[in-house]
Design a binder for this molecule. Structure first.
Ligand SMILES: [Zn+2]
Length: 112
């Protein structure tokens, strides 16, 4: 997967389960956070999809893999499975990855 915008190839590495917009009214298809495994593996040396983060909006704690990943945006947007608040934005800008993590109060990362 090159460039991180747009949908990953169907069935490609890191493709997550698909879902549909729920009662939150977003009305967009989304992937689960497992689809972030590829892009984040270029930044972090460990699997970040198992990292657990606390939503700064509602306080829910969930794994990145459990959150909803929206890819039809200028950046990939990960939303809280509880309140749909934005947890994380990630985009690729040339040779740089730009991460916006302000939606997390904190992240807990298992170092193995
Ligand atoms: Zn939340």
């Amino acid at each position: 997967m090159n460039g991180w915008t747009g949908r990953p190839a169907p069935g490609g590495p890191g493709a997550g389960e698909r879902g549909t917009g729920g009662p939150d009214g977003l009305g967009e298809d989304y992937l689960d956070g497992n689809a972030l495994a590829g892009p984040l593996s270029e930044v972090f040396l460990i699997d970040m999809t198992s990292a657990r983060g606390r939503c700064d909006s509602c306080g829910a704690v969930s794994a990145i893999a459990e959150a909803r990943l929206y890819v039809n945006a200028p950046a990939m947007v990960l939303r809280c499975p509880s309140c749909s608040g934005v947890l994380l934005r990630v985009r690729r800008d040339g040779g740089q990855a730009v991460l916006d993590l302000r939606g997390f109060s904190y992240l807990t990362i298992d170092l193995g």
